[in-house]
Design a protein around this ligand. Structure first.
Ligand SMILES: Cc1ncc(C[n+]2csc(CCOP(=O)(O)OP(=O)(O)O)c2C)c(N)n1
Ligand SMILES: [Mg+2]
Length: 774
C-alpha cells in the first residue's frame, strides 16, 4: 500500500487552497446560470459542492498520489474541475463552460470531460462503488500478471447514495471482500435532494459496513468542538449535540447571535448553559457548525487511519454541512439553490477577489501555488493506453451436435477458444451464481475459479464440476446480484486503461435479469467499457421455467444501447462466428461489446447446413456477421418474407414449407443481429439527411431482401415483443404482420407457449396469408 508522507501539510496553506476551490466551484455554477443563452434552467450544485470542498482539498493536496484512482460525488463535479484548473491540468476557458455543449459535463464523465479518466459518476450509488470493483479487477490482474505499483481506489459519495441497494449488494459480496486499498468517503451532510434526512442513523450505516468486514472511521467533530468538549461541561455539550435531531441541528445553521444561543439552549442542562455562557455570540455559530468533515487535519488523519488497516476496505464518515461557507448552508431546500447575484458579489468580496482576479490561479510563487503545482497532477488524468490487438480465427472450430441449443454451443465455443493460450490468459468469465446453468461448466473445469487465496478441496477431484477457487482461476463467481455483475464486467473491461493489462470479460446472466442490472450495464457502457454478455435462457422458449424467467423486451434494450451490439443467433455455427468475432472486437479500435441473446432449446442444425452448402462458408459467415442470411430460398410462387430470429426457426422453416404447398414462395431470413441491420439502415438515412442527398442504401438488407421480394409482405417471428422486428417493413415500404410476445408469460411446454403466442407453423402460415390479403 502507498504510504502517505508522515508530516501533516501546512493546514493554513491547505485552507487557502480550499477557499479558492470553493469560490471557483460556486462561481462556475453561477456563471453557467447567468450566461442567459439557454431557454431552460442550467442548474448545478453549489451547496453539494461546498459540502465537499474540504474533503476534496484534504484528499487531493494532503493524501493521494499519481497511481490512485478516484470517483467523484456526482454533484461535486465543479469542485473537481476547480482542482484540475488549479493544478494546471484544465484550461481556464473551461471554467466558463460548465454544462455547455463540448464544455464541462454536469457530472464527471470519463468520455466527455477533458480532465476525468477514472470513473464517470451521475446515477447515484454506481460511481460510489465503481472503485471497489476496479480494485477487484486490479487484484485479479495482479494475481495473473504479477503485482504492479500499488494504487488506492477511492470513492467520494453523498450520504443519500447509501440509500441505493446496489451499494449494499457490492459491499456484501464475498468476491469483493478484503480489498484493503479501497477507501469510501461519505459526505455526511444529512441532506439529500428534497430534504434533511430524518434520523439518518449514521451509527446504523456504520454498523452495516462493519458487519460486512469494513474498517469504519468517523470524522464527526472539528478541532474547535473537540477542544470545547475537553473543557469543563464539555461532556454535556457533546451529549446535547449528539442527541439533537438532525432537523433541529440543521435549522440552527440559518441563525446567528442571541437567537442562535436561545434556540441552541432550548432544553439544555444548567451545566451546558454555564459552558456556553463563556462563548461570545460571534463565535457560537462557528463552534456549533465545526464538524469534522470541514477540518482538514482531522480529514487527513482519517484518510491515514484508513490506509493503516490492511486487508480490509475502509469507509470514512465525514460529517459536513451542505452549503458550508455559503448563505444557503444547511437550508433544507438548498440542493438546487443558486446564490443570487448580490450574494455572489458579497462572497467575491469576502474572498478578497475582484471581477478582474476572480478566475485567477493561485500565485505560483506562493506556498499554496507551489503545493498545487507539485501534487495532484496526473491523478485521475492518464490518457488511455491503446488496446493490444488479438489475432483470432474466424471460427473456434468447436464440434457441435446435430441438434443443439445456442446456449450449449456458446459453452463449447468458449472452451475451444480457451484452448489457445493467448486467448485463455485474457478471457475472464463472470456470473452471478448462474455459471453452471448458463453452460460455463466446461470453461470452469479447464480454467478454475478465481479467489485471491487457495481454497481447500473438501469434496475430492471426482466431480463433474471442479470448483476449487485459487489465484490462478479465470472465472469470478458473484452472489446473485446483476448490478454487481455489470459493475464488475465494466471495470474488468477497463483493465487495460486502469491496470495496464487488457482483459476479455464474458458475463452470463439469465436474460430477463439483464433488466435487473440495467442501470449498471448502462453505467459500464457509458464509461466506455467493453465486454460480452450472454443473456440465457431467453424468451418464452424456456417454457416450463415459467413467466418469471421469460424475457420479452431485452432485444430492444440490446438494440437501443450504444457501445454494445445485440446478436441473437439460432444455430451453433452462427454462435461460433459471432462469438469469435465479438472477442476480437473487444480489442479493436472503435470496437464494441456484445450482447448474445441465447436459448436452451435444442434445434436441428440441418436447415443451417443446407444454407451453408448453398452459400459457401465465407459468404455465409459474412452475412451472419452483417446481421442475417437467407436460411431458406423460396421455390417460386407468390413471394412473402418470413423474417425471424432465435429458437423459433424450426417453426418458421416448417411454415415456409407449408406455404410452398399453397403456392406461396416464402424466403426465410435468419436475423442474427437486428441491431446491425438497423444501424446500417438508419445510419444510411441519417447521413443522407445530413448531406441532403440520398446516398448508399439500406446496407445488408439489400442483400437479404431481393428486388423481386420488396413489394411482398413481411411476417416477423421473434420470441420477443412483436414490435422488435416490425421496423423491417419501413426499409422498402413492405406491409408487416409481426408475431411476438405481448403479455406476461406462464409455464407450459414449448408447444403450449408457442401456440399461445402464434408461433406454430400453421399460425405463421395464417399470418402470412393475412399479410398477402391486406
Ligand atoms: C439513481 C439516481 N436517482 C436520483 C438522482 C437524483 N438525485 C440527484 S442528487 C440526489 C440526492 C443526493 O444526495 P446526496 O447523495 O446526499 O448528495 P449531496 O447531499 O451531497 O448533494 C438525487 C436524489 C440521481 N442522480 N441518481
Ligand atoms: Mg447528502
Amino acid at each position: 500500500m502507498t504510504t502517505s508522507p508522515a508530516p501533516l501539510p501546512n493546514i493554513a496553506v491547505l485552507e487557502e487552497i480550499e477557499r479558492r476551490i470553493l469560490w471557483l466551484a460556486v462561481r462556475m455554477v453561477d456563471y453557467a446560470n447567468r450566461r442567459g443563452d439557454t431557454e431552460i434552467k442550467v442548474g448545478g450544485h453549489q451547496a453539494s459542492s461546498a459540502s465537499m470542498a474540504s474533503i476534496m482539498t484534504a484528499l487531493w493536496f494532503g493524501h493521494i498520489g499519481g497511481d490512485d484512482k478516484v470517483a467523484i460525488k456526482p454533484h461535486a463535479s465543479p469542485v473537481y474541475h476547480a482542482i484540475k484548473y488549479l493544478t494546471g491540468e484544465l484550461d481556464r476557458s473551461y471554467l466558463t463552460r460548465l454544462r455547455d455543449f463540448g464544455g464541462l459535463q454536469s457530472y464527471p464523465s470519463r468520455t466527455k470531460d477533458p480532465d476525468v479518466a477514472d470513473f464517470s459518476t451521475g446515477s447515484v450509488g454506481l460511481g460510489a462503488v465503481a472503485p471497489l470493483f476496479s480494485a477487484a479487477a486490479r487484484r485479479y490482474v495482479d494475481a495473473h500478471y504479477g503485482t504492479r505499483p500499488p494504487s488506492r481506489f477511492i470513492s467520494t459519495v453523498g450520504d443519500a447514495e447509501l440509500d441505493e441497494g446496489n451499494v449494499w449488494e457490492a459491499i456484501a459480496d464475498p468476491a469483493l471482500q478484503g480489498l484493503g486499498n479501497v477507501m469510501l468517503i461519505v459526505d455526511l451532510n444529512r441532506q439529500s435532494l428534497d430534504r434533511v434526512v430524518p434520523g439518518i442513523q449514521a451509527q446504523r450505516l456504520q454498523r452495516f459496513f462493519a458487519e460486512a468486514g469494513w474498517h469504519v472511521v468517523e470524522v464527526k467533530y472539528g478541532g474547535k468542538l473537540q477542544a470545547a468538549f475537553s473543557r469543563p461541561g464539555g461532556d454535556a455539550l457533546r451529549r446535547h449535540i449528539d442527541d439533537m435531531p438532525n432537523e433541529r441541528y440543521q435549522s440552527l445553521f440559518a441563525v446567528e447571535g442571541p437567537e442562535l444561543r436561545e434556540r441552541f439552549l432550548e432544553d439544555a442542562t444548567p451545566v451546558l448553559r454555564r459552558h456556553i455562557a463563556a462563548i461570545p455570540d460571534g463565535e457560537l455559530g462557528d463552534l456549533i457548525r465545526n464538524l469534522g468533515g470541514h477540518d482538514l487535519a482531522a480529514l487527513i488523519d482519517a484518510y491515514r487511519a484508513a490506509d493503516a488497516v490492511p486487508n480490509r476496505p475502509s469507509v470514512v464518515f465525514a460529517y459536513t454541512v451542505k452549503g458550508r461557507g455559503l448563505p444557503i448552508a444547511g437550508d433544507p431546500m438548498n440542493h438546487s439553490a443558486l446564490l443570487s447575484p448580490a450574494q455572489i458579489d458579497d462572497l467575491r468580496a469576502a474572498m478578497g477577489f475582484t471581477a478582474a482576479t476572480e478566475w485567477d490561479r493561485l500565485d505560483p510563487d506562493g506556498e499554496a501555488g507551489r503545493l498545487v503545482a507539485s501534487v495532484g497532477a496526473r491523478i485521475n488524468n492518464d490518457p488511455p493506453a491503446p488496446r493490444p490487438r488479438l489475432a483470432l480465427a474466424p471460427s473456434s472450430g468447436a464440434a457441435q451436435k446435430p441438434t443443439t441449443s445456442t446456449q450449449e454451443a456458446f459453452g463449447r465455443v468458449l472452451v475451444e477458444i480457451g484452448k489457445r493460450p493467448a486467448m485463455a490468459e485474457r478471457l475472464v468469465t463472470v456470473s452471478p451464481d448462474v455459471a453452471v446453468s448458463t453452460n460455463l461448466g466446461g470453461w470452469i473445469n479447464a480454467h478454475g475459479v478465481f479467489s485471491p487465496s487457495e481454497a481447500v478441496d473438501y469434496f475430492g477431484p471426482d466431480r463433474l464440476l471442479r470448483w476449487i477457487p485459487g489465484p490462478g482461476g479465470r472465472h469470478i463467481e458473484l452472489g446473485i446480484s446483476e448490478m454487481n455483475l455489470f459493475l464488475l464486467l465494466g471495470q474488468l473491461g477497463l483493465a487495460h486503461e486502469h491496470h495496464g493489462e487488457m482483459l476479455l470479460p464474458v458475463g452470463t446472466v439469465y436474460d430477463p435479469f439483464v433488466l435487473r442490472g440495467l442501470d449498471a450495464l448502462i453505467y459500464s457502457l457509458y464509461n466506455d467499457s467493453r465486454f460480452i454478455i450472454a443473456g440465457t435462457p431467453s424468451g418464452v422458449t424456456l417454457a416450463p421455467e415459467g413467466g418469471a424467467h421469460q424475457s420479452s423486451i431485452t432485444p430492444s434494450v440490446g438494440l437501443e444501447l450504444p457501445g454494445i451490439v445485440a446478436v441473437e443467433p439460432a444455430y451453433a455455427q452462427t454462435v461460433d462466428w459471432l462469438l469469435s468475432e465479438a472477442i476480437g472486437d473487444l480489442a479493436e479500435p472503435g470496437g464494441a461489446g456484445r450482447y448474445l441473446r441465447l436459448s436452451t432449446r435444442p434445434i436441428a442444425q440441418s436447415p443451417f447446413n443446407a444454407a451453408l452448402e448453398r452459400r459457401g462458408e465465407e459468404q455465409l459467415r459474412a452475412d451472419v456477421l452483417a446481421g442475417g442470411y437467407r436460411l431458406r430460398e423460396p421455390g417460386g410462387g407468390e413471394p412473402v418474407v418470413l423474417a425471424a430470429a432465435g429458437p423459433v426457426m424450426p417453426e418458421v422453416v416448417a411454415a415456409a414449407e407449408m406455404l410452398a404447398e399453397e403456392g406461396v414462395g416464402a424466403v426465410v431470413l435468419d436475423v442474427t443481429s437486428q441491431d446491425r441491420l438497423f444501424r446500417q439502415w438508419h445510419g444510411g438515412l441519417r447521413s443522407a439527411a445530413r448531406s441532403a442527398a440520398v446516398a448508399g442504401g439500406p446496407g445488408h438488407l439489400a442483400t437479404l431482401i431481393e428486388e423481386g421480394e420488396r413489394a411482398a409482405p413481411i411476417v416477423t417471428i421473434h420470441d420477443a415483443s412483436p414490435h422488435s422486428l416490425a421496423w423491417l417493413g419501413s426499409v422498402f415500404g413492405q406491409r408487416v404482420v409481426p408475431i411476438g410476445v405481448d403479455r406476461f408469460g406462464e409455464s407450459g411446454t414449448i408447444r403450449d407457449l408457442y401456440a399461445a403466442m402464434g408461433f406454430l407453423p400453421e399460425q405463421i402460415v395464417n399470418s402470412a396469408l393475412v399479410a398477402l390479403e391486406l
